[in-house]
Design a protein around this ligand. Structure first.
Ligand code: SF4
Length: 507
């Protein structure tokens, strides 16, 4: 009897579990573009366009490989515009009662599949290098789930950057070499822009007409098939990887990409695999073309952090979405949706996000994430924003990064302390402060950097939770040693910033 095989928009890998388990001769692959997914949160138009373009091209690849594909386009008049609706329509068309699927990376979609009146067989997404069971075993009995220990196990398991049972270069982690500020006067090769072909142009027209969400659709610069994704990978390894390590935490006005890989959307859609990108980076190091610090810093992001957050997502389940350990409840400032702000760093991060659907990890963590945390924004709203605006954001990766690492909403499961900083960190790592309305060196007064004011306000209002934290005690001692009048002025200044955010005034 014919069976349906579901392939989702971030499952564009020819040997994904459901396709491996399916039978080309009798099964029908279902792929569906539906409004319901495009508006589940207000996804950036470039993200929607990338996924739909890549899906259309992947369907052609599958057909060429001999698969029968029932593909629902967004503009199909019969399209029921929900995933469940389209699966059931296809099931009725071919008389199928069974559905084979690879586990989706979003709890909402998983629930929708489990609720279908079909016999659904879900297979684990084994494109990840660490299985859910292996991560559970690793996490079992540990008081703290430290990424660094997980990462070392993954190095041993994969053999990446290993010399026997020892780490290449004599150490596991070269992070101390990777925290340099960027030099503004260096010429950097920018990642190539992929000119939209006819398939992409058609999608862009449809997205433009249907999704009036935050974010510019054009120029659209993304690769939309495996060939393009591979070209982007090889170009990164050859041209930007040598400087990736030292610049990975830096920020510069007008330099959106610096030396970053910008391949995360391709990895997360399935156009590239985690092992192949790591092997390409390791090979460049072995050939003497890149320093160990750059290769190690990149590989740690992929087999360490990426696998770790996916493990956390699978381990915790949907209840993680509702966590709000610090009880934060403020609305997301309008500046996150493009409203005016006098803060140069926030303007740069959000402006770039609007134009490119992309910002690198420090812009996400130490500018937009840091400010939202200091201001006490409801983490569910921060989560919705990140899931919406970034081209590489899918729930399995975005939720632990946002709720755990960035917003401390999980109470410290991911991080032993919250990622908060005053303006000094941004000043050290960027050139934003020089052109800002605010003065990063000023601690009080109308022109004092809002990060400075809110940093102490955050520590003060969460004293009960953090004072005893060994990594934060020193900051409380610094705060307590300040003159009482100065502390009162800082807190009053912070209250003014928060009130202005609440009133919707420009900050
Ligand atoms: Fe950002 Fe403060 Fe620097 Fe302005 S002064 S760019 S708000 S860190």
């Amino acid at each position: 009897m014919v069976r349906l095989v579901l392939v989702l928009g971030d499952q564009l890998t020819p040997d994904i579990a459901a396709l491996r388990a399916a039978d080309k001769a009798r099964d029908v692959v279902v792929m569906a573009e539906v409004m319901g997914e495009g508006v589940s949160v207000p996804h950036h138009p470039q993200k929607i366009a990338l996924i739909l373009s890549a899906m259309r091209k992947f369907a052609v690849t599958l057909r060429a490989a001999g698969w029968r594909v029932a593909y629902s386009r967004l503009d199909d008049p019969e399209n029921r515009q929900t995933l469940a609706g389209e699966i059931l329509r296809r099931a009725a068309e071919v008389g199928a009662t069974d559905l084979l699927a690879t586990k989706p990376g979003e709890w909402r979609v998983l629930q929708a599949l489990e609720d279908l009146p079909l016999s659904v067989r879900l297979l684990e997404d084994d494109r990840f290098l660490c299985s859910e069971a292996a991560f559970r075993d690793w996490a079992k009995g540990r008081k703290q789930l430290r990424m660094e220990w997980f990462y070392r196990e993954m190095r041993r398991k994969t053999g990446l950057l290993m010399e026997g049972d020892q780490p290449a270069g004599g150490q596991w982690n070269f992070d101390h070499d990777n925290r340099k500020a960027a030099k503004a006067d260096l010429l950097r090769p920018r990642p190539r822009d992929f000119t939209p072909d006819a398939v992409v142009e058609e999608v862009l027209g449809q997205v433009e007409a249907r999704f009036p969400h935050f974010g510019r659709l054009r120029p659209f610069r993304w690769a939309t098939d495996r060939k393009g994704a591979l070209a982007a990978l090889h170009e990164f390894v050859a041209e930007r990887l040598p400087r990736f390590g030292e610049e990975q935490d830096a920020m510069l006005e007008g330099e959106a990409f610096l030396s970053h890989a910008v391949i995360s959307p391709y990895l997360n859609l399935g156009l590239l695999g985690p092992m192949e990108v790591c092997r390409a980076v390791e090979a460049a190091w072995k050939a003497g073309r890149v320093p160990i610090a750059a290769a190690e810093g990149f590989i740690r992001q992929v087999i360490g952090w990426r696998e770790y957050v996916r493990g956390i997502w699978a381990l915790t389940g949907p209840e993680y979405l509702g966590r709000n350990a610090l009880g934060h409840s403020r609305r997301l400032p309008a500046a996150y949706w493009g409203a005016e702000t006098r803060m140069a760093c926030l303007r740069a991060a959000v402006g770039q996000t609007r134009d490119l659907a992309y910002a690198h990890h420090i812009q996400r963590l130490m500018v937009t994430g840091n400010f939202a945390l200091l201001a006490g924004v409801d983490p569910a709203l921060v989560h919705e924003w990140y899931l919406s605006v970034y081209v590489d954001a899918f729930e399995w990766v975005e939720v632990p990064n946002t709720l755990g690492m960035s917003q401390f909403a999980d109470g410290g499961m991911l991080g032993s302390k919250p990622y908060v900083s005053s303006g000094a960190y941004i000043d050290r790592m960027s050139d934003h402060c020089g052109g800002c309305h605010y003065r990063v060196k000023e601690k009080v007064g109308d022109r004092a950097c809002p990060f400075n004011l809110l940093y102490w306000h955050f520590l003060d209002r969460h004293r009960g939770r953090f004072q005893g934290n060994p990594r934060m005690g020193q900051m409380y001692r610094v705060w307590d040693a300040m003159d009482a009048g100065h502390r009162a002025a800082v807190l009053a200044g912070a209250e003014t910033v928060l009130a202005r955010l609440d009133w919707g005034e420009v900050v």
